[in-house]
Design a protein. Structure first.
Length: 222
């Protein structure tokens, strides 16, 4: 799964890498579910990329209340096109979730878990495959999202059996295109990251609390 991640990259670098206008973006060291996160989608009217803030935890339009979002922070790649919570947005409302690292916890014994910060060796930003939805209820309107997860790659397997889908930059346009609804073609993109440039650093348990959104969270203790 993916339950925490980071986005420390400067707004100017985000703008350059993802070809999107960035007005303001504060560094984040411990992004947690139910918080607002930065995502890119295609504005259907302007037909260009836009940076938006989305609630992390997808709320389907048919949901009776927003509480369903607590159980939909992730969507499994194997069932994303068939599960009722995600199948509509998989065909019509895909987005890029901006990140430059994510956390996962490795069991060290029956009671302890060691957190790791997984990131590119050069700390460059990347994008998770995401979905978004719009929900109206209780007098409010919420745009929310989920991160698609798949099997862990060779780096991740000793730590955890799942990992977020990290999209290849050459696939961003295909993933974002609202007119593309070819399920097999889209599912082909949902593979474990194949590059050998990911690094996993053990970090302190400071990251265990979402209240700690500080630079010390990403400091390696190795």
């Amino acid at each position: 799964m993916c339950g925490r991640f980071t986005l420390r990259t400067s707004p100017s670098e985000i703008s350059r890498v993802f070809d999107v206008i960035v007005q303001d973006l504060n560094p984040r060291y411990n992004i947690a579910p139910s918080q607002s996160i930065a995502a890119i989608r295609v504005d259907p009217a302007a037909r260009q990329r836009e940076l938006v803030q989305l609630h992390w935890g997808l709320i389907p339009p048919w949901a009776k209340d927003r509480k369903i979002g607590y159980s939909t922070i992730n969507a499994r790649a194997e069932t994303v096109d068939s599960k009722p919570s995600f199948r509509s947005s998989f065909k019509k409302r895909r987005c890029l979730i901006l990140a430059d690292g994510f956390y996962e916890w490795q069991k060290s014994d029956a009671t302890k878990k060691q957190p790791f910060h997984i990131h590119m060796q050069d700390n460059r930003p990347f994008a998770f495959a995401g979905l978004w939805e719009q929900w109206k209820g209780d007098g409010e309107e919420i745009e929310s999202c989920t991160i698609i997860v798949t099997e862990g790659n060779d780096l991740m397997k000793p730590i955890h059996d799942r990992m977020p889908v990290i999209l290849d930059p050459t696939d961003y346009d295909l993933w974002l295109a609202p007119e593309i609804d070819n399920v097999p073609q889209l599912r082909e993109l949902l593979q474990p990251y194949s590059g050998d440039d990911l690094k996993a650093d053990p970090v302190s348990t400071l990251v265990n609390s979402p209240k700690n959104d500080v630079a010390e969270c990403v400091e390696s203790i190795d």
